[in-house]
Design a protein around this ligand. Structure first.
Ligand code: NAD
Ligand code: DAU
Length: 354
């Protein structure tokens, strides 16, 4: 079996669901169920013996040692993290704890377990660390996209904590020989994304007739990738990636935020017209994110060349699927917009008045 951390979150849940659609290899899913973790994402796996869920923290060394000893996973796919940049600005401590200390704990537990293995079991073991393009910093309009050789220049507490975790993973390979792989991916979107991130927030607010808060001038650029394509890339890297290597994953799909928001509005106008008028009337410019990175772009040639991975979705097909999913899963959105969600919205947007 494989051990997945953070498998009740957005990308982790998509990964677990896709994995078990494509294979019968069981998944041991370790997740602390923070505000971002949601067992509803995995509801279709209820009663499926191939999915073993453990409610626990990646900082809990005794628990992880026990999981390795009892389940003997052949690989770790490490998603668990605090993942939202704005939350990292309000409360960086959780990010250092989970992203740095948690990754360290997992690496040490994996190293301890791996060192007891022999022969084929030892040879096939993998530790795949899921990271982000944000570790590379911010690009100017004419800079080339991020290659794997780009120097790390993280600018937010979130990206700094992910950069630190990437460095630990690298060091555990060079120093101890732990068979690691790292992926650095661009912005994901798709089903089960928590409505604190740009695309699901815009969909949820537009459907509720609420303001669509665009930070700054709305011209910050991100490279968008459908979550299923990210999961496929991770499967390829796990299967055939070269040990100790990092692979950048991206959709060759750079778009300014304002264009994303207008696309969401236009699709909602088509699929769920609002009698009060076009959804774009709700766009509201608000105070910028402190330290807001201007542009991210990924050079994905290495993973394409070495592993033959390419995104299956274009932005046009992926965003249509995503909006259709949110329209069909309004109950899911309502459930995650609990009391603590409303507190977050007030905290983040209350001080950004238009
Ligand atoms: P998410 O916030 O939706 O989910 C994170 C999951 O980790 C949640 O289920 C949460 O309960 C769990 N978790 C948090 N702290 C934990 C802890 N201490 N112990 C165990 N579980 C814990 O995040 P996501 O968007 O799915 O991102 C997953 C990973 O992919 C992260 O490592 C993130 O840095 C990386 N990533 C995300 C994106 C993106 O666009 N979302 C892009 C590139 C990389
Ligand atoms: O690049 C990969 C990263 O993408 C991941 O590592 C992170 O986990 C993930 O959260 C994402 O980070 P971003 O900060 O790019 O994503 P977010 O959805 O928060 O914001 C996308 C852009 O939209 C960014 O330029 C900020 C802007 N924005 C965001 C929100 C929430 C707004 O204009 N208004 C908003 O309300």
């Amino acid at each position: 079996m494989i051990l997945v951390t953070g498998g009740a979150g957005f990308i982790g849940a998509n990964f677990v669901l896709d994995w078990l659609r494509a294979s019968d290899e069981p998944v041991l899913n370790l997740d602390a169920l923070t505000y971002a973790g949601n067992l509803e994402n995995l509801a279709t796996l209820q009663g499926d013996g191939r999915h073993v869920f453990v409610h626990g923290d990646i900082c809990d060394r005794a628990l992880i040692d026990r999981l390795f000893a009892e389940h003997r996973p052949r690989a770790v796919v490490h998603f668990a993290a605090e993942s939202h940049v704005d939350r990292s600005i309000h409360g960086p401590g959780d990010f250092v704890r989970t992203n740095v200390e948690g990754t360290f704990t997992l690496l040490e537990a994996a190293r301890g377990y791996w060192s007891t293995l022999e022969g084929e079991e030892k040879a096939v073991f993998r530790f795949l660390h899921v990271s982000t393009d944000e570790v590379y910093g911010s690009l100017g309009p004419n800079d080339p996209p991020f290659a794997e050789t780009k120097a790390y220049e993280p600018n937010s507490p979130y990206s700094a904590s992910k950069a630190a975790s990437d460095h630990l993973v690298r060091a555990w390979h060079h120093t101890y020989g732990l068979p690691v792989l790292t992926t650095n991916c661009s912005n994901n979107y798709g089903p089960y994304q928590f409505p604190e991130k740009l695309i699901p927030l815009m969909i949820a607010n537009a459907l509720a007739g609420k303001a669509l808060p665009v930070y700054g001038d709305g011209r910050n650029v991100r490279d968008w990738l459908y979550v299923g394509d990210h999961c496929a890339a991770i499967r390829e890297v796990l299967a055939r990636g070269r040990l100790g290597e990092t692979y950048n994953v991206g959709g060759w799909n750079e778009k300014p935020n304002l264009e994303i928001v207008h696309t969401v509005c236009a699709l909602l106008d088509e699929l769920r017209p609002d009698p009060a008028g076009p959804h774009a009337r709700l766009i509201t410019y608000v105070a910028d994110r402190p330290g807001h990175d201007r542009r991210y772009a990924i050079d994905a040639r290495k993973i394409e060349r070495e592993l033959g991975w390419r995104p299956a979705e274009t932005f046009e097909t992926g965003i249509r699927k995503t909006i259709a999913w949110y329209l069909a899963n309004q109950d899911w959105v309502a459930h995650v917009q609990s009391g603590s969600y409303r507190e977050w919205v007030e905290r983040n947007y209350g001080e950004r008045r238009a």
